[in-house]
Design a protein around this ligand. Sequence first.
Ligand code: M6R
Length: 358
Amino acid sequence: GKSGYEHFMLKEIHEQPTALRQCLSGRLDRLSGDVTVEDIGDLETPVRVQLVACGTSYHAALYGAQRFREVGIPAQAFLASEYATAPPPVDESLVIGVTQSGETADTLSALRAAKGRGAETLAVTNVVGSTAARECDHVMYIRSGPEIGVAATKTFSSQLVSLSLLIESVAPGVDSERTRALVESLWRLAGNVQSVLDNSLDDIEELVDELSGSDAYFFIGRGYNAPVALEGALKFKEITYEHAEGFPAGELKHGPLALVTENTPVFALVTGDDAAARKTLGNIKEVQARGAPVVVVTDGVLEVERFADVVLRVPETDGLVGPLLVNVQLQLIAYEMAAHLNREIDKPRNLAKSVTVE
Ligand code: M6R
């Protein structure tokens, strides 16, 4: 059942601290900073990585590809449905299918194509014994527990963490300080997600009330917040049926800015104080100049008050993990807006939990 929650989606959003603890359990050694993923025991450090996925899982794949590149492993994410046009995997490539259900037709067919071309394959999935788990050479379970709502929530968080663990375990010791910071922040992650869940509902209800009826909703972020901007918009459109788009913030000026008016709220995602975060502030100024209401979701490391009509704060944490907290905030916003509009949240029109045709 829904354990007292009005929808499975809200229940699953609130299950995230537990799901993340399960995902990390036995895989993280806080003292030594070691990460071990037993599922993939014999997997060697890949020379090159391709990730294939659809929808929300594709956004996780974009995050994963960025993380692999950061540790020096060339990696690229592909929409599974477009994998036919991807460069063929070279020797010692690892092709990772990121799929919650393990049954998505496009992802299965991309994985089969990769295997046919001689690549080693790995399924990162939630469902034990799923087709992807059975057909791939290796499997890593994200351990979210069952997800009933069509909108993927806790599984996205667990995918980001699983990919992070995977990278630390196949490419250890690249930058030990970085690893230590990551391990520490993963250790604190469940508690930090809990505090996002505990703090925000009243603020969000008020915000949703104010913003509903807008022409469209935009989500912008850079670096690790770019896939989260895409995901924020996907979740929003999927359950509210309102027009929402996510952009890497730098792309605004290359087209989408033409759509920005006083009637298109912009959610800007800013964590840490690196170049990506600072440049995002520049992009916020551009939308402010067009009169758009700006909601900044931030860990507060940079001073954003003068850039924002509304600031939503998440706990300050490591740069790799901050975007995950931002995403939880965006899940709540999408949920509250859909509830406000009386949408069918757990089974949005036209959509299915697992898409088994190409
Ligand atoms: O089971 P999968 O992770 O392969 O599913 C992929 C997409 O169909 C899925 O993530 C979809 O985009 C979600 N409903 C979005 O909330």
